[in-house]
Design a protein around this ligand. Structure first.
Ligand SMILES: C[S@@+](CC[C@H](N)C(=O)[O-])C[C@H]1O[C@@H](n2cnc3c(N)ncnc32)[C@H](O)[C@@H]1O
Length: 215
């Protein structure tokens, strides 16, 4: 398995990029991410209980949660979260309990606060993915799951070449198509309390990855 060169994005770049995307985000990413988003929320609902969604963005996932869950969402980009707030104000999403500005690198929650931590189209964008995963594992209860939905690096062939080419040009707009799965696997291997539960590719665009925290 080949690793792409590391191009972790920095916080300022991501905030600027998603501040710019916010007004058109739902129109653009709503349809593209639909299948992935539904699969991630379904996986979260199968565990149920308290859910933390990191990088919740404009709240596109809100309609997919139900009474089996109590959701808290966090994000670092105020214009994205402002849109999520407006959705909440409609009163249509009683299962979404709280949304807050917060950096996933420094979660302001007690250890073992959540049954599930969901990160949809986020883990490849953060400045320090391993730290964010450590934080997710910290706030997770034993038996709980981390559910990731992201585009993962194709690793080989023309797909990988295109992703490397695109990656050099799309950093400033907050896209990162060359994040290797092996990096997630290696993170799990550093932890005695985490096991990889599943990787499921949903077409060429994105993959579901689930980690379980051992009890
Ligand atoms: C591609 S959007 C995905 C939004 C939403 N999860 C969805 O599926 O529509 C990435 C989001 O992650 C947020 N984000 C990036 N880095 C973050 C961090 N360190 N902490 C919290 N949120 C972050 C961005 O602000 C942005 O809203």
């Amino acid at each position: 398995m080949l690793d792409a060169p590391s191009h972790d994005l920095d916080r300022a770049t991501v905030q600027k990029a998603y501040g710019g995307w916010a007004p058109i985000y739902d129109a653009l990413c709503g349809p593209v991410f639909l299948i992935g988003r539904k699969a991630a929320v379904k996986a979260a609902r199968q565990v149920g209980g308290k859910v933390l969604e990191i990088g919740v963005g404009t709240g596109l996932s809100f309609p997919d949660y139900d009474e089996t869950t109590e959701v808290t969402g966090i994000d670092i980009t105020e214009p994205m979260l402002a849109r999520a707030r407006r959705k909440l104000e409609t009163g249509r999403y009683p299962h979404i309990r709280d949304i807050r500005i917060m950096d996933a690198h420094n979660l302001e929650f007690e250890d073992a606060s959540f049954n599930v931590v969901v990160a949809q189209f986020v883990i490849t964008l953060v400045a320090d993915p391993e730290r964010v995963l450590d934080e997710a594992a910290r706030v997770l209860r034993p038996g709980g799951e981390i559910v990731l939905m992201s585009h993962l690096y194709s690793e080989q062939g023309i797909g990988a070449a295109i992703e490397r080419w695109v990656a050099q040009r799309t950093r400033a707009i907050g896209l990162r198509p060359e994040f290797p799965f092996s990096r997630l696997v290696r993170w799990a291997e550093t932890r005695s309390d985490i096991e990889l539960a599943e990787r499921r590719d949903l077409g060429p665009l994105y993959s579901l990855v689930r980690f379980r925290k051992l009890g």
